[in-house]
Design a protein around this ligand. Sequence first.
Ligand code: 5GP
Length: 189
Amino acid sequence: MARVFVITGPSGVGKGTLIRGLVARVPELELSVSATTRPPRPGERDGVDYHFLTDEEFERRIRAGEFVEHADYSGRRYGTLRSELEQRTSAGVPVVLEIEVQGARLVRAALPDAVQIFIMPPSREALRERLVGRGTDSEDDIARRLAVAERELMAQDEFAYKVLNDRQTEAVDELESIVRRELTHSLSR
Ligand code: 5GP
């Protein structure tokens, strides 16, 4: 089966930007499109950034067993659809999941061979600055995300790899080397 890479870490740490940099360098990687009940931000497209679902539809899909993992985050639901993963891994395409920590734990249990990477911020202040600076979340939401971040940071040692996102290029270099090493590994097994 093709490899699955789980990239986690607190909201505002820059997971999305690092992953775009990673996929530009390792183009065979594909990103799984998650489902969520949060509303789209300006510019986000359904089926591209997320599958935007109603609460009822999300619930229906849980009952139908369509999720590999799902979690509540900042008052909304997020989950990885089995179809997003399976259509790629069965075709031999390595997949990247960008998810929060509870989901990463669930994937660890469901897919123990998945490669788990935690992205660390240089400081708590840097997280706050990014969340405020991107201007996509309300003040309440930012406060909730920072509170969750405290718990998420405590979980970092559970992860096989930790990458510090201080200088972006260096963080992408490190991610690329982890991914290339793991992809070579799986070929030699
Ligand atoms: P945002 O609302 O900022 O897009 O995402 C909030 C958090 O949910 C981020 O930490 C993001 O990585 C995480 N997330 C996105 N998709 C999924 C998913 O499919 N499952 C889980 N567990 N978390 C997700």
